[in-house]
Design a protein around this ligand. Structure first.
Ligand SMILES: NC(=O)c1ccc[n+]([C@@H]2O[C@H](COP(=O)([O-])OP(=O)(O)OC[C@H]3O[C@@H](n4cnc5c(N)ncnc54)[C@H](OP(=O)(O)O)[C@@H]3O)[C@@H](O)[C@H]2O)c1
Length: 257
């Protein structure tokens, strides 16, 4: 008889960037509940410590990795130190993503550089470091990158974010073809509209909030916990032959017209 599909992350260590709130925190909790030791990343030592304590209180294994991903050049040294203290992470989730909602005509060069640096270049650099460390340690691994429905589409008034997210879609595929042969898979998740802390103002906006709901075939925002299944699946043994794929989790938003 065929065995029940394996979604366990036992004996794995997973680094999730930006995991003190929102989708990153949901993914960290889901990974911890699936047996992984999770490494919580934040810019703030106190916030990371709070989440680590919460996860340990829930019976999970957690450590902190305090680093501002805007400091891309500092990543190499910090990641090497992390590997020394926790061992080489088996799973990297590139989750951090900021948004500067402006049309191209209003965006400044500083806006462009800040967003591309944090959303795209930091993920490229961390993935490079993570994959190299996995290869050097002779380990199989998983790299998961949070793109967006803006990883395929663009929206008036929000010009820079799709540039970064479509770059991340390229990163997912570039890693998949380069490292697949060494046992490291690379996949993406493209979330639609999730009611996370950062979207609270938009969800509560009396004009824009209902527009989002009206355009979605499921007629609602996603709950943050609805990212968990996709994230666990793509990191688990059940996704062993999934490589270079970007799983859209948007309630059907991007297939309507
Ligand atoms: N929410 C959605 O509907 C949606 C839709 C499509 C795509 N996405 C993508 O999904 C990902 C998560 O979105 P979210 O809404 O959950 O994000 P969020 O609520 O804004 O979460 C931000 C997290 O990232 C951390 N962070 C921010 N800047 C950082 C930096 N420079 N270095 C290290 N950590 C940093 C924050 O931690 P500290 O403040 O503690 O440092 C926090 O834990 C993003 O890539 C986003 O683009 C989200």
């Amino acid at each position: 008889m065929l065995k029940t599909p394996d979604f366990s992350l036992e004996d794995k260590t997973a680094l999730i960037t930006g995991s003190t709130q929102g989708l990153g925190l949901v993914i960290a909790r889901a990974y911890a509940a699936s047996g992984a030791r999770v490494i919580i990343n934040s810019r703030h030592a106190e916030r990371a410590a709070e989440v680590v304590a919460m996860l340990r209180g829930e019976g999970g294994q957690a450590e902190a990795f305090v680093h501002d991903l805007a400091d891309v050049r500092g990543l190499e040294q910090r990641y090497a130190r992390l590997c020394q203290s926790t061992g080489v992470p088996d799973i990297l989730v590139n989750n951090v993503g900021i948004r500067i909602r402006k049309p191209m005509s209003e965006a400044t060069l500083d806006d462009v550089v800040q967003l591309i640096n944090i959303d795209l270049i930091a993920a490229v650099e961390l993935s490079r470091l993570a994959a190299q460390a996995m290869v050097a340690a002779g380990r199989a691994g998983r790299i998961l990158t949070l793109t967006s429905i803006a990883g395929e589409l663009a929206r008036a008034g929000d010009a820079i974010y799709p540039v970064a997210k479509q770059g991340l879609a390229g990163l997912v595929r570039a890693l998949a073809v380069e490292y697949g042969g060494q046992g490291i898979t690379s996949n993406g998740i493209a979330p639609g509209t999730f009611a996370t802390e950062t979207n609270a103002a938009l969800a509560a906006d009396p004009v824009k909030g209902p527009v989002v709901v009206g355009r979605n075939p499921l007629g609602r925002w996603a709950r943050p916990d609805e990212i968990a299944g996709a994230a666990v699946f793509l990191a688990s043994p059940s996704a062993s032959y999934v490589n270079g794929h970007i799983l859209v989790v948007d309630g059907g938003f991007s297939v309507t017209f």
